[in-house]
Design a protein around this ligand. Structure first.
Ligand code: ATP
Length: 141
């Protein structure tokens, strides 16, 4: 008899500072480097780099939003492990701080004549701030 497919995923999201999520969930949408990955229980194993973006997981029919930035996702049929540089649940995000970071980065990126601007750093700060604004507003996927 064929093994039955798993119906849930153990989701773990960790950063260098803390464990952010350790829950049994029914789906996960991950901001992978090449685009969003939709994961259901029983998914084939894969490894993906993360970009800054919104991660959404469903538990008890409720969608939960987080902002994550950089790192890796390991997908297994019954488990998803996210090792991220930063991760915040939507309710933890300080919207005013993210707006300030977004405006600062946007200003730096617009000022093409300023040779002291580290563009890559500004682009990364912009992406992190945008991910936080989108997760806090529960949009962005
Ligand atoms: P800022 O310029 O506002 O510090 P940043 O993108 O440089 O933003 P990070 O280096 O990504 O900040 O994060 C540093 C720490 O602060 C991490 O623990 C991260 O989770 C937290 N953090 C950053 N921005 C916010 C925010 N808007 N709301 C809640 N926590 C945040």
């Amino acid at each position: 008899m064929a093994d039955s497919l798993p119906t849930v995923i153990q989701l773990e999201i960790v950063t260098p500072d803390r464990q952010v999520v350790h829950e049994s969930v029914t789906s996960v949408t991950i901001p992978g480097k090449e685009g969003y990955l939709g994961i259901l229980p029983g998914h084939a194993p894969l490894l993906s780099e993360l970009r800054a973006g919104t991660l959404i997981y469903t538990r008890a029919e409720t969608k939960n939003y987080l902002a994550v930035s950089w790192g890796f996702a390991e997908v297994l049929p019954e488990r998803v492990i996210i090792l991220a540089h930063t991760a915040e649940r939507a309710a933890e995000i300080d919207l005013a701080r993210a707006e300030r970071a977004f405006e600062r980065a946007e200003k730096r990126l617009k000022d093409v004549s300023d040779p002291t601007v580290d563009r890559q750093r500004a682009e990364e700060a912009y992406a992190r701030a945008l991910a936080r604004l989108q997760a806090a507003r529960r949009t962005g996927v």
